[in-house]
Design a protein around this ligand. Structure first.
Ligand SMILES: [Fe+2]
Length: 311
């Protein structure tokens, strides 16, 4: 197990809504925001990343931690392989044992997966964060297929000490992400997931606001309660066709919802809409230790999703 000298101030955590696979190739407001977070991570001395996605789940009562020194990237629909095949994933196999130990100490049935294959939900984020072509060393943690909110809060709580060890915790999922209620024609016929032929439906707007309010208006244990309570929201099933894209939000709420996190601030970052009803909202939980404490939303991010020049 690696030993790392703890830092006084914890690092912030992030929840990223990764959207459709088209977000891997097309520059969008969230992509520009991810790039900014990556730049800030390097400036603020982050040395490694632990990320939970939405597309790698474990059955029964267990979770897994990636420990493949050379994982394959699973193919990505709608995206040419040249957009990602040369990106160097840089998995941190040694640190995977540290992550496993923390989870075991918290009582989880957790194993290392040496045959892990990486999915776009995690390498899409890393690719945008590190435009130089190589990720910071990172470890992927699976979610659990039973999708118990409290179980995933506890995973985050177990890994919270890593925030003091130059490790950035990221959840990759979706704030409003229901493939059954998206509008598909614009991407099927025109390969344009950003085209909005009419306004998003009210339930998507409302749940997106509820999600944002939970993050920005709660801290400490209240944040954990509020995030888990969202699964009982009347519009939850409209906004989350399946539970898999919500689990990493609970993971991040767990990592940022201790008593000592009470009073910290959480922030809504950049966002875009795709496929009519998919709201790709980004969130920062807590401040960066050094200035700027909050990853800024730049004007260029607001404009990125409306750039038609690359069509
Ligand atoms: Fe996804």
């Amino acid at each position: 197990m690696m030993t790392i000298a703890p830092t006084e101030k914890p690092l912030p955590c992030f929840f990223f809504s990764h959207g459709s696979t088209a977000m891997l190739a097309r520059r969008s407001a969230p992509a520009a925001y991810w790039e900014q977070v990556g730049r800030q991570a390097l400036e603020q001395g982050v040395e490694r990343i632990v990320i939970m996605g939405a597309h790698w789940e474990t059955l029964d009562d267990a979770i897994r931690v990636s420990a493949n020194p050379d994982p394959q990237k699973q193919p990505v629909a709608w995206v040419h392989p040249k957009e990602y095949e040369d990106f160097v994933l840089n998995p941190d196999v040694k640190f995977a044992s540290t992550v496993q130990s923390l989870l075991q100490e918290a009582g989880f049935d957790v194993s290392l997966d040496t045959k892990f294959e990486q999915v776009h939900d995690t390498f899409m984020i890393l690719k945008w964060m590190f435009p130089g072509g190589k990720s910071l060393p990172h470890v992927v943690v699976s979610h659990n297929a039973r999708c118990d909110p409290h179980y995933h809060l506890r995973i985050g709580a177990a890994l919270r000490p890593l925030r003091h060890q130059k490790c950035l915790l990221i959840g990759s999922g979706g704030a409003v992400h229901n493939l059954y209620r998206n509008a598909w024609p614009q991407v099927v016929f025109f390969r344009d997931s950003f085209a909005l032929t009419r306004p998003p439906e009210q339930w998507a707007i409302d749940f997106g606001e509820a999600f944002s309010n939970v993050v920005t208006q709660n801290t400490g244990p209240r944040l954990r309660k509020a995030m888990s309570r969202l699964m009982s929201h009347p519009q939850y099933r409209d906004a989350q066709g399946t539970d898999d894209h919500f689990m990493s939000a609970l993971f991040i709420a767990g990592a940022t919802g201790e008593l000592e996190d009470s009073g910290n601030r959480n922030y809504a970052g950049a966002e875009c809409w795709e496929l009519l009803n998919m709201r790709n909202s980004q969130f920062q939980f807590g401040d960066w230790p050094q200035e700027p404490h909050v990853t800024p939303i730049l004007q260029s991010m607001r404009e990125a999703s409306f750039d038609r020049s690359i069509m």
